[in-house]
Each structure stands twice: as structure tokens, then as C-alpha cells.
Design a protein. Structure first.
Length: 688
């Protein structure tokens, strides 16, 4: 006879065996799992539409024949949340059962009636306004949902779960500390009981990782680091005996994709750190600027493909990966693609990470001081933006992509902001095209070295657009079977870090522009069929949904600092029965780099971030007499500097809110300066 204890063990063994057998069927949220595995229909329940990130909706009530009649169904202002100079509005709203959920740049979440726009509940994040480690604007790229909860990654590095019915916080898990340089900007991904989240901070000497949490409790299940510890796989690509890989960046600041059949989760990683100084980190520096696949349940490494070896250009892989199925040379293939900051689309086999169309390692310019990689992977096919810069007055050297630089500025295209930045790349199975937003801009790259200090910026150099240089964009359809351009629009403004888009079975690509226009384009031909002025920078990616038999297209319009577009707090929804007309156009973004506005005479104070224009010097252009002392004061919310473009002429150093520095200008001359943390922020001092 067995003793009671043995009996318990026997029962437990049987139970756990049964549990293991039954568990795969007992999904925590079978409805959401089913929706994100299948084509996108009336609801849009995850950031990229479904697990593929294709942003392709099967809805086709609005099509190429009737889209010209589209009008605003409603427009709702989100009570001023995120409507200020320091914010960008980059979130895709989610929609389920007639309710829309949207998160602003302040991590505040709103639930709206998706048919009327009426606010149902609101969650005010209360995040610390002193967060100083958001590299490039206060942003949140969106939410995930599952098990009756909404998941939001906050700039204070907390992942929060809200009750979908009430907006009340159910759990909050810190993934890291913002004071250590970590922030969350990406939309999480929910699937099969797990919430996946990346973490940002590549400009602050951090160690990138993907974190998986239990959706119900918020408990951390595992962390998979994108930078190897000593002796781990990939550590041979960092200098032996050093700890540079522990602060080497490779952050994840966009939503992963997931293939449930293969059991893999996919994402891309950001730049190496320090961004522009490779001198101390000889080697390829895995897994910076890479596409990666992990086992979705355990986080175990499966494959990687590095887009840029030993990155010294801030060539992040930043746009979300897209999964697609295709036929190449008569064979069905499982593809994965990503639009890089380099201007190329990288197309791989998602089972093993090998190129589908061909990517060749080719020799590139060398500089032993920067420890440049001998070769770089060059995809076959077309780039979507120019990859060579022209020489401009005042500069000694201009080059093409992967040109090297040291302490003398060198002009290059694409700039380190792209190409394609965080903006998603939709894919239509009808056309077989990827739709790729791009920024056309020159950067002057310089290296100046940096000492690592915990929680402070650690970039080792800078890149800024030369004064007077033109800035524009492209929107390109790339044929997924050839990686060649099917059609291309030249756009008046940069759209690689905005100008979000989505595509429908109605044959339409919807995309925003930073001047406030929202456009519908024939997905096959590229012909523009409709445009509508929303009144605010239209840079967030739109979504498509249906309520009570009526199809809607919605976009959050709140501007974007990377695009220089007008900020706001609006969400627009459009339908064929809509009645609302367009708004007055907001101020358009700059198309030439440099300070703007009138020249103020005899001014000896410059306020940084004044008048709710966070990324600004006020006045931006001043004329003074030789010997004048000018006081620069940071009155904005974020850390800023005033640093002469010819570095060494003058520099306030990074000033925190309230900080001040006086500089005496003894020598006559024309001095252009930038803010080092935000090198698109320009000023000018004319000394007579
Ligand atoms: Cu700044």
C-alpha cells in the first residue's frame, strides 16, 4: 500500500502531465490569439494589425473608386495630453468591439467610442516630468491587448497593464530605471499569455534586451540580452577582456513580430554605443543593428542577421520587422523584411535568417582609428533614398554610405536618422509590395570621444545637417520578389521618421504627411486619389476598422519632433458617411536645415526650449557686438546644450532644466550652433 504522500505525488504527476498535454489548447486569451494569427478584419487589436506587422486590412468598403468621397467622421482632442513641444505622437490606435484605445507621448491612455469619438475613460500616467533620458522626444508607439488588459511601455521604463473596461492600472513592472538611461518607447506585443517588450536608450550606454512578462501577473518570465556577456555567443565580436559590450546599445525600440507555427519571435536592434566612436570596440559588435529571431517561449537565440557591422553611423534597425509569405523561383518561402536606416530593405528567410533575394558582403572605406569593418552587407535591389552626399561649402569631404570619419566633419547620405527610422513598412499580399517611407538628408558626421558616465549621454560624436542643406523624403513601393522599386514618390518633407502608413484590400495605401495632410494612394499604381488636411502633423501610422457595418480609417495627429511637424492631441476617424471637412494647415516643417526666424539685435540672453517649443533657441538668431557676454538658459523640460557646429569655438555643455551658462564672444564672426542632444535644433550668433 502506498503512503498518502506517495499518493499525492502520483496524483500531482498525473495532473502536471495532463496540464502539459492540455496547456497548448488552453490559451489565456483564445480570442485575441485567434485574431492576431489571422488576417486583420473589423478590429485592429495589435500595433502592426496582427502578428506579421503587415498593417494590411482585409476591409474594402472604402476602395479606389469611392475614396475621393472620404470625410471626417469625428475628430477628438485628447485633453492636451502630449500636446507640447517635447512630444511626438507615434501610436497606432487599437480597436476592438467598437472601442478605440490610444496612447499619447506622455503615456496617457484614452478609450474612445470608435463610432463617435466620445471619450469613455482616461488613464493619466503621472510619469516623472524630469525624465532626462528620452533621446529623441517623448513618444509611445502604441499598446497591446490581451486577457482584458491593455499593455503600455512607459518612458519611466515601467510596463503597465490597464483594465480595458475601466482604465485602472492592474499591475506595473519596472523593466529598468530611466535614471540608468533606459526608457520604453515601443508598443509591446501580446501573444499566448506573454507580453513582449523591448527597451530603448542606445544613446545612454545601455544593454539592449527583449523582456517577456506573464500577462496576468506582470511577472518577468525571461530577459534575452541583445549584447553578449563574457564568453557568450557573439562576445568574440567585441574586444576581449573589456566590458564595452555591456553598454553597447543594441536596443529594441519597435514592436516584434511572431510566427506561431515556427514558434519564433522576431525584432530588430538599434545602433552600437557609443554611436559615432568605434575606436574602443574593435569587431563586428553583435548584435547591434541586427534582425534577430528567438524562441518565443524561452527567449533562446535562434538566428541573427547583422545589417551594419561595427556601426559608427547610428544606422539603427528601427522600423518594425514584417513577416510575409511569398513565392520565389517557383518555391513558396517564408519571408521577413525590414526597412533600414541605410535606405535598403533587408529581405530574409524567416526560418533561418538567410537572404531570400541576395545580400552581398562588399569592401567599404577603411579608417583604422575607427576600427571599421572590412565589408558591409549590401542588399541586391534598389535603395529608396540617395546614398551619396554632395560636397557643400565649408566642408572638406563628402562621401557615400559607409564613408569613414574622425574629428573633421564628413558629409554623408543617408544621414544617421535614415533612410527609414521608426516608421513602419506596410506590406500588401495583393500587390506584393512593401511601402517604404524615407528621409533624404545629409549629415556631417564627427567623432569626438566621450567618457562613459552611468545614465548620461554616451554618443562619442555627432551628426547634424549642414546649414542650408535641403531635406526632403521619398515614399516607395518595393517589389518584395525583386527588392526593386515599383514606383516612387518624392515627398516635400522628410517622412522616414513619421509619415506612417497602412494598406487595405480596397487597393489603398493610407499615409500621413508632416504638413498635416492625410493621403490615400492607389496601392498598385502609386496614384494619389485623396488628400485631407487634418490641422496637425500627421505622422502616426493609421489603422483601419469597422463598426456597425461601416469602415473607418483613423490616425492620431499630434506631430513629430523628428519630422519637425506641428504638435497636437487629435485623433481623426474617416468614413464614407463622414461629414467633417478639413482644418486650416499648420505651419509646415522646414525643408532647409538651419536656424529660422528674424535676427534679433543687441540681445544677450538666449532661452532654450521657451514658449513650449522644446527644441528651440529663443531667439534663434542674434546679432551682438564683439565682447558681449550671452547667457544661455534652459527653460525647457529636457536637457539641452548650445554647442558651436565648429566644435571647440564654444559650448555650454548639457544644461538641465533651469541651468545657465554665460559665454563671451570676443572675436567677430558668424557662429552657427546646435543642441548636442538634439542636433536638429539650430541657433546662430553674429558677432560684429
Ligand atoms: Cu536640445
Amino acid at each position: 500500500m502506498r503512503r498518502p504522500g506517495q499518493q499525492v505525488i502520483a496524483v500531482l504527476t498525473t495532473l502536471s502531465f495532463l496540464f502539459l498535454m492540455v496547456h497548448p489548447i488552453l490559451a489565456a486569451d483564445p480570442e485575441i490569439d485567434r485574431m492576431v494569427r489571422g488576417p486583420v478584419g473589423k478590429d485592429w487589436v495589435t500595433n502592426g494589425g496582427n502578428l506579421t506587422n503587415q498593417r494590411y486590412s482585409t476591409l474594402k468598403q472604402i476602395d479606389t473608386t469611392n475614396v475621393a468621397q472620404l470625410k471626417g467622421a469625428w475628430m477628438t482632442r485628447l485633453k492636451g495630453s502630449g500636446a507640447a513641444g517635447k512630444y511626438s505622437f507615434e501610436a497606432s490606435p487599437l480597436v476592438k468591439d467598437g472601442i478605440m484605445y490610444v496612447v499619447t507621448g506622455n503615456d496617457d491612455v484614452f478609450a474612445l467610442n470608435a463610432k463617435t469619438g466620445a471619450i469613455i475613460w482616461e488613464y493619466w500616467s503621472g510619469i516623472d516630468q524630469k525624465i532626462s533620458t528620452a533621446c529623441c522626444g517623448w513618444v509611445n508607439r502604441g499598446l497591446a491587448m490581451g486577457e482584458g488588459l491593455l499593455f503600455s511601455g512607459q518612458l519611466d521604463a515601467n510596463l503597465v497593464a490597464l483594465n480595458m473596461k475601466t482604465g485602472e492600472a492592474v499591475w506595473k513592472t519596472p523593466l529598468e530605471k530611466w535614471e540608468s538611461g533606459y526608457t520604453i518607447t515601443s508598443a509591446p506585443l501580446y501573444y499566448d499569455g506573454i507580453v513582449y517588450s523591448g527597451i530603448a536608450g542606445g544613446e545612454f550606454g545601455v544593454r539592449g534586451r527583449l523582456t517577456a512578462l506573464d500577462a496576468k501577473s506582470g511577472a518577468i518570465l525571461w530577459r534575452s540580452y541583445t549584447l553578449p556577456g563574457p564568453g557568450e555567443r557573439g562576445s568574440e565580436t567585441w574586444p576581449p577582456g573589456t566590458d564595452h559590450s555591456m553598454r553597447g546599445g543594441a536596443t529594441i525600440w519597435n514592436t516584434p513580430a511572431l510566427d506561431p507555427d515556427l514558434g519564433l519571435v522576431y525584432f530588430v536592434t538599434g545602433n552600437c554605443g557609443p554611436d559615432y566612436d568605434g575606436s574602443m570596440r574593435e569587431g563586428d559588435n553583435l548584435y547591434c543593428a541586427s534582425m534577430m529571431a528567438l524562441k518565443a517561449k524561452t527567449g533562446e537565440y535562434v538566428w541573427h542577421f547583422q545589417q551594419v557591422h561595427h556601426d559608427i553611423w547610428d544606422y539603427d534597425a528601427a522600423s518594425p520587422v514584417v513577416l510575409f509569405d511569398t513565392v520565389i523561383d517557383g518555391k513558396p518561402r517564408k519571408g521577413i523584411a525590414e526597412a533600414g536606416r541605410t535606405g535598403w530593405v533587408y529581405i530574409l528567410d524567416r526560418t533561418d535568417g538567410k537572404p531570400l533575394i541576395g545580400i552581398d558582403e562588399k569592401p567599404v572605406p577603411q579608417d583604422p582609428r575607427q576600427k571599421t569593418a572590412k565589408t558591409q552587407p549590401i542588399p541586391r535591389g534598389d535603395a529608396v533614398v540617395p546614398q551619396c552626399a554632395e560636397l557643400l561649402p565649408g566642408y572638406e569631404k563628402a562621401g557615400c554610405i559607409f564613408e569613414t570619419f574622425w574629428e573633421t566633419p564628413v558629409l554623408m547620405q543617408p544621414s544617421g536618422v535614415g533612410g527609414t527610422n521608426w516608421s513602419p513598412m506596410p506590406y500588401s499580399p495583393d500587390t506584393g509590395y512593401f511601402y517604404v517611407p524615407g528621409t533624404v538628408r545629409t549629415s556631417a558626421f564627427t567623432r569626438f570621444g566621450d567618457k562613459y558616465v552611468h545614465g548620461l549621454r554616451y554618443t562619442g560624436g555627432s551628426q547634424s545637417a549642414p546649414i542650408g542643406s535641403p531635406m526632403s523624403g521619398t515614399f516607395t513601393a518595393i517589389d518584395s520578389t525583386t527588392n526593386k522599386i515599383a514606383w516612387q514618390h518624392k515627398t516635400p518633407y522628410r517622412i522616414g521618421g513619421g509619415g506612417g502608413s497602412s494598406v487595405t484590400a480596397g487597393g489603398l495605401v493610407f499615409r500621413g504627411e508632416p504638413d498635416g495632410n492625410f493621403l490615400a494612394i492607389d496601392a498598385k499604381s502609386g496614384k494619389e486619389l485623396w488628400r485631407f488636411q487634418t490641422g496637425f502633423g500627421a505622422d502616426a501610422p493609421p489603422v483601419i476598422y469597422e463598426v456597425d457595418g461601416e469602415q473607418y480609417v483613423a490616425i492620431a495627429t499630434g506631430g513629430n519632433q523628428l519630422q519637425g511637424s506641428a504638435y497636437g492631441d487629435a485623433v481623426w476617424a474617416f468614413s464614407l458617411k463622414g461629414q467633417l471637412g478639413p482644418l486650416w494647415p499648420p505651419p509646415p516643417p522646414a525643408t532647409v536645415a538651419g536656424p529660422t526666424g528674424p535676427i534679433a539685435a543687441s540681445v544677450d540672453t538666449v532661452r532654450i526650449g521657451a514658449g513650449n517649443v522644446e527644441y528651440s533657441f529663443g531667439p534663434s538668431r542674434i546679432r551682438i557686438k564683439a565682447g558681449t557676454t550671452v547667457t544661455f538658459t534652459n527653460v525647457g523640460d529636457l536637457p539641452h546644450s548650445a554647442t558651436s557646429m565648429d566644435r571647440g569655438k564654444f559650448d555650454t555643455g548639457v544644461l538641465i532644466k533651469g541651468g545657465s551658462k554665460a559665454i563671451t564672444f570676443a572675436q567677430p564672426g558668424n557662429y552657427f550652433y546646435i543642441c548636442l542632444p538634439h542636433p536638429w535644433q539650430y541657433g546662430q550668433v553674429i558677432v560684429e
